[in-house]
Design a protein around this ligand. Sequence first.
Ligand SMILES: C[S@@+](CC[C@H](N)C(=O)[O-])C[C@H]1O[C@@H](n2cnc3c(N)ncnc32)[C@H](O)[C@@H]1O
Length: 281
Amino acid sequence: MTKQKADFENIYVEPDPGSYHRTLGNLDYEIPEHGRRVFHALLDELRVDSEDPTVLDLCCSYGVNAALLNHDVTLEEVQAHHSQASALSHDDLLERDRRWYADRRRSETVNVIGLDSSEAAVNYAVDAGLLTDGITADLETGALTEQDQTKISDVDLVTVTGGIGYIADRTFDHILQAFDQTPWVAALSLRWVDFEPVAETLDSHGLVTEKVDDFVVPQRRFSSSEERNFVFGQLSTQGLTPSEIEENGQHSAELYVARPAHAATDIPLHDILDQVIDGSK
Ligand SMILES: C[S@@+](CC[C@H](N)C(=O)[O-])C[C@H]1O[C@@H](n2cnc3c(N)ncnc32)[C@H](O)[C@@H]1O
């Protein structure tokens, strides 16, 4: 009997994304779709200064956020595509997926570098053409190689969906040391996970973190009544009452955006995210 969040470790490390999308799709996993709307709005603002912005997607898994950012597909379509039963070899499956995404490539794209502790997932996402580059690393326990530091030195936006909790302040501390310029950070974080240690680390690197009011979205359904009880316990420990989303049987996520102080002062976050916030209600 689980007394904590469901354990998906086995579906993160397969050579291809079938089990990942089948398992999470069955739980109505939807957070990357919310991430896409947020990240596009922030990238539109960043394009004012940088024509060709680069994203670093933490906990990138099989390149889901890159797939949604750069292709005319919904998460539901991505999940359905990868969930098809298939007897193809790994190479043939990669070829099928490369073609599927190439047919749906948007005209305006963004470079996405992905970081994940799963080598299999990062390799798939690079080989399928979803990631411009990939980094396999667990920065909660290890450090970035010099080569990987160079890969991310000119990133404009750091993104994360479904990853805070697996990664925390240590990961952000490592990556922020590697940047030549201070990037923006956009993190969708489960409501019951304490974001404060990450915000403190971002602050120590000169970033101002804002939690976006009025933005609370479903992540996925609870996998069991035990998981629901665990989440309600965690919320209670933090002095939080369950939101309507949790009462309805789903994990809920909030949005944190961190920017250099001058950007945080000059451009109110609500001006950038107005439509996204309206769309989340
Ligand atoms: C729920 S998935 C989220 C994937 C993707 N962002 C999405 O929303 O679909 C969590 C991912 O975090 C990765 N992960 C877990 N611990 C990690 C760590 N310490 N460092 C980097 N990635 C980690 C897992 O391998 C997995 O791919």
